[in-house]
Design a protein around this ligand. Structure first.
Ligand SMILES: NC(=O)c1ccc[n+]([C@@H]2O[C@H](COP(=O)([O-])OP(=O)(O)OC[C@H]3O[C@@H](n4cnc5c(N)ncnc54)[C@H](O)[C@@H]3O)[C@@H](O)[C@H]2O)c1
Length: 369
């Protein structure tokens, strides 16, 4: 994969685990178990040194902070970060998100967020076409600016009760647009169908999104071998449902890609399936791997969480660590598990998080050697 850094470190990887909140704790525990089983079967070829951090909403309730004050300093030298999900009732979502996940993504300049939309055997998709068409695409999300730049303000207190105003701006820089687009084009070149679809809204947003379109056109000229299209975000939502076979790499702004990747994972069968990688492609900082889903308070603590999104994220982490064959083995174990019908409730099954984890580990050992 083009987004894998080459790691020259010894094959003992220092991994920071941040399960955070709700089902994040369950799926990170499951992912760790699977990764440790993989390492245990490697005859000492590689191992993971885990360091777990209990940051999140409970930590906030105790300390008033979502992570330790020196958290970024502590994390900056690990080989990778394995993240669960953040957010819990009682802590405003913007506090929990900005205090932990976005604090890490933005300070570690993890500007490329890769979110594959992967259809699995044995999982029923709500899409009619999924039965007879091969569907597989990747959403590449600009992860450092756009609508999540945190630019704006409130508290026009002089207007009095009921008169308050909130301003939320989106920040688009030529550098930010260009790097994510080049990343998308390079990724497209590694795929069966080299095509990049750019998601825009330049009809309504005449500054930032027009810049986005201009940069896309300019960058595309350097990749004449890659097919391109530019699609309004509303039309792209429809295209995900009606013509998903026409997609390969979809590059979009922070907010657009966030929404579209949830749609993609729902179309693949469940939000619980979707994996993601927050990459600092230059390797200046550690990258972070996490399922796309949130903390799912409605099912947390009941053993109902689907761990496949987290385990798929672990596979992305293995690629990043320079272990692509192990990543392939993990994908094969996921497919064997869904093919065998070991499915959690979100996929119409009755298996628990633990049952799926065990099936994944069994599938790994069956395929060993
Ligand atoms: N990356 C993140 O950390 C992240 C992402 C999205 C939302 N959140 C936070 O999570 C909290 C809940 O948000 P939400 O309900 O909008 O989104 P959510 O992703 O937590 O849940 C949406 C729906 O998907 C289901 N779901 C999610 N993960 C699942 C899994 N692994 N297995 C089975 N079903 C699963 C939930 O039960 C729920 O019905 C909020 O505090 C929100 O801010 C965090």
């Amino acid at each position: 994969m083009i987004y894998a850094d080459t790691v020259s470190a010894p094959r003992r990887f220092q991994i920071a685990a941040i399960p955070a909140d709700g089902v994040g704790k369950e799926v990170v525990a499951a992912g760790r178990e699977v990764l440790d089983a993989l390492a245990a079967g490697s005859a000492g070829a590689f191992a993971f040194d885990w360091r777990e951090f209990g940051w999140g909403c409970e930590y906030y309730a105790r300390t008033g902070r979502m992570m330790a004050e020196d958290g970024l300093e502590v994390l900056k030298d690990v080989d990778a970060i394995y993240f669960g999900a953040v957010g819990w009732p009682g802590v405003p979502d913007h506090i929990s998100l900005w205090g932990l996940r976005l604090a890490i993504c933005q300070n570690f300049d993890q500007w490329a967020n890769v979110r594959p939309v992967h259809f699995l055997p044995g999982v029923r998709s709500p899409l009619r076409r999924a039965d007879d068409t091969e569907l597989d695409w990747v959403v590449v999300r600009e992860n450092s600016e756009g609508e999540y730049a945190g630019v704006g303000g409130r508290n026009f207190a002089g207007r009095g009760p009921g008169g308050e105003v909130g301003v939320q701006s989106a920040l688009f820089t030529e550098v930010g647009c260009e790097r994510i687009m080049r990343f998308a084009f390079e990724l497209a070149r590694t795929r069966g169908r080299p095509k990049v679809s750019s998601v825009t809204k330049s009809n309504a947003q005449q500054y930032g999104m027009v810049l986005w379109d201009e940069v896309f056109k300019r960058v595309a000229r350097d990749y004449p071998d890659v097919e391109t299209e530019s699609v309004l975000v509303d039309a792209m939502a429809a295209k995900f449902v009606l013509h998903p076979e026409d997609l390969s790499v979809v590059v979009a702004s922070n907010l657009h890609a966030d929404i579209l990747s949830d749609l993609g994972s729902a179309l693949a069968g469940s939000l619980g399936l979707a994996a993601s990688a927050n990459l600092n492609p230059e390797g200046r900082f550690p990258s972070m791997f996490e399922p796309v889903h949130g903390s799912a308070p409605d099912i947390a603590g009941q053993g109902l969480a689907n761990p496949i999104g987290a385990v798929g994220s672990a596979a992305l982490m293995l690629e990043h660590l320079g272990l692509p064959e192990q990543a392939t083995r993990l994908h094969a174990a996921i497919e064997a598990t869904t093919t065998a019908g070991v499915l959690t409730r979100d996929l119409g099954g009755t298996a628990s998080t633990g049952d799926v984890t065990k099936a994944l580990i069994d599938a790994l050992s069956t395929r060993r050697g």
